[in-house]
Design a protein around this ligand. Structure first.
Ligand code: NAP
Length: 479
């Protein structure tokens, strides 16, 4: 957007970092710097905290209908500005424009969904077992929140947290990833335009995450942390949250198994694989990381998948006809290269891709590996790139054991034409979500989240707002 803000958003005003620091934002397709944004430090975090704390009481008292209508207006503005927002996202993150437009729609839906939930926060009334005492239950906002988001879905990871926080009556500080601050700043401008009162949302862009977030978590005034990112950082933030007993929601990494049984419809399985693997260039927590394919269909599945992957057009996300944009940065690409090299060293065969192109930008080609050894590093590392690693299996119990043999448990995919088997296998997978004959599970109306080291809590769905609410119970004896 031509007039995208680049300053911090604190107390409803656009301000520079207290020490005047800025940081560059670059386009991963060219490596060129596209903007400089304010780089917040500890003082700015304090200012944002003060603004969020000051605004909390009045915001909690604001009528749910008012909160709902602000979200609804913001939803409409986002939809109207789909094209501008998509261009901004592509510029800072790299995804092809068509995918960026899809993310704008997905992101907006969280505001529409939570505008509808804001007016359906229910308490309760009950007669206690002694027949005399009454129980009145109300739901109250948990208080000022810290929201930390990753770079891979710059808009949707923000709205998935901001939507329920606004609906519940919480104020907040958003700290977006330093690679993709512009989408979050644009979102703050839209919420201001939609009538969000000053101080309810504060945005601190920073390259100094620890300096900004740790004092907030330890200080005792922030009551809730909602984090999306890697499991390692999540673990660190959980430890920091322990001191002031901050409530936490954690949307962490995944290592999704994608299981294709011998009775699967291979067309559906390959279509599903293209989505589960290639959405967002493979840079998604939901990305299929390990393809377990029954040995009787593995060769055919690999052939068809390699054909489809090989036909994808790689290039800058702004160019017409491009299916696959650049990876986020050179560090991300180097990790993908190392994982592929390690798998090949251990015997994997490259069916397509596998070679980094020359030239500017962080491009990596869609790649299919087959005969992948179980001890390859990519079996227990999120690949976060366009690489499909195929292993074979012969038996249902065996594949469930192997699929569950990981500390993560975000999502799994099961392809079979048998309803019994689909349910049986899904129920035995240690994951928070299962795609049954589909490669896409994300939907604002469904609870998104994982088990094991993939996280705590759920975002979206009817339960998404619960993460931002507390119960208060009133005991009332009736004589
Ligand atoms: P990341 O390195 O964990 O960073 C995520 C966010 O945490 C960034 O804003 C980052 O800022 C911040 N951060 C890092 N260290 C911090 C600290 N000490 N204190 C406060 N904030 C800190 O993850 P990423 O590379 O951006 O994103 C990829 C990861 O996110 C993958 O593991 C993916 O699976 C996961 N993810 C999960 C979901 C889900 O819903 N489960 C959705 C999307 C992504 P800095 O970069 O400045 O450190």
């Amino acid at each position: 957007m031509t007039d995208t803000p680049t300053q911090l958003f604190i107390g409803g005003a656009w301000v520079d970092a207290a020490d005047g620091a800025t940081m560059p934002v670059d386009d991963p397709a060219t490596g060129e710097i596209i903007a400089h944004v304010a780089d917040a430090g500890a003082k700015d975090a304090q200012r944002a905290e003060e603004a969020a704390v000051q605004a909390q009481e009045e915001w909690a008292r604001t009528a749910p209908r008012v909160r709902s209508e602000i979200l609804r207006r913001a939803y409409e503005i986002i939809v109207e500005r789909t094209d501008e927002l998509a261009h901004l996202m592509t510029a800072e993150m790299g995804k092809p424009l068509a995918e960026a437009r899809g993310e704008v729609a997905y992101a907006a839906e969280f505001f529409r969904w939570f505008s509808e939930e804001a007016v359906r926060i229910e308490g309760g009334h009950g007669v206690l077992p002694d027949g005399r005492n009454r129980m009145l239950l109300s739901r109250r906002p948990v208080g000022p929140c810290l929201l930390i988001t990753p770079w891979n879905f710059p808009l949707a990871m923000g709205t998935r947290k901001i939507g329920p926080a606004i609906a519940a009556g919480c104020t907040m500080i958003l700290k977006p990833a330093p690679q993709t601050p512009l989408s979050s700043l644009a979102l703050a401008a839209i919420l201001k335009e939609a009538g969000l009162p000053d101080g309810v949302l504060n945005v601190v862009t920073t390259s100094r995450a620890g300096e900004v977030c740790e004092p907030l978590l330890r200080g005792g005034r922030i009551r809730k942390l909602s984090f999306t990112g890697s499991t390692n950082v999540g673990r660190l933030l959980l430890a920091q949250s322990a001191e002031a007993v901050v409530r936490t929601s954690m949307e962490l990494g995944g290592n999704a198994p994608f299981v294709v049984f011998e009775d699967a419809d291979l067309d559906k399985a390959v279509d599903g694989a293209m989505v589960a693997k290639m959405r967002n260039m493979g840079e998604a927590c939901t990305a299929a990381n390990r393809f377990f394919v029954h040995s009787s269909v593995a060769k055919e599945f690999g052939r068809r998948l390699a054909e489809r992957m090989g036909a994808l057009v790689v290039g800058p996300g702004t160019r017409d006809g491009v299916d696959v944009g650049p990876l986020i940065d050179r560090v991300g690409r180097a990790k993908v290269e190392e994982l592929v090299a390690d798998a090949v060293e251990r015997g994997a065969r490259v069916l397509v891709g596998g070679r980094t192109p020359e030239g500017p930008g962080c491009f990596y080609p869609p790649t299919v590996l087959t005969d992948v050894a179980s001890d390859s590093r990519l079996m227990d590392t999120e690949i976060f790139g366009p690489v499909a690693a195929i292993l074979t299996f012969d038996d249902e119990d065996e594949v469930i054991r192997r699929a569950n043999d990981t500390p993560w448990g975000l999502v799994g995919y099961v392809f079979t034409e048998g309803l019994d088997r689909a349910l049986r296998v899904s129920e035995r997978l240690e994951v928070g979500m299962v795609g049954v004959n589909t490669g896409l599970v994300s939907n604002p109306a469904a609870p998104f989240g994982g088990v094991k080291q993939s996280g705590l809590g759920r975002e979206g769905g009817r339960v998404g707002i619960d993460e931002f609410l507390e119960y208060q119970y009133l005991a009332v004896p009736v004589r």
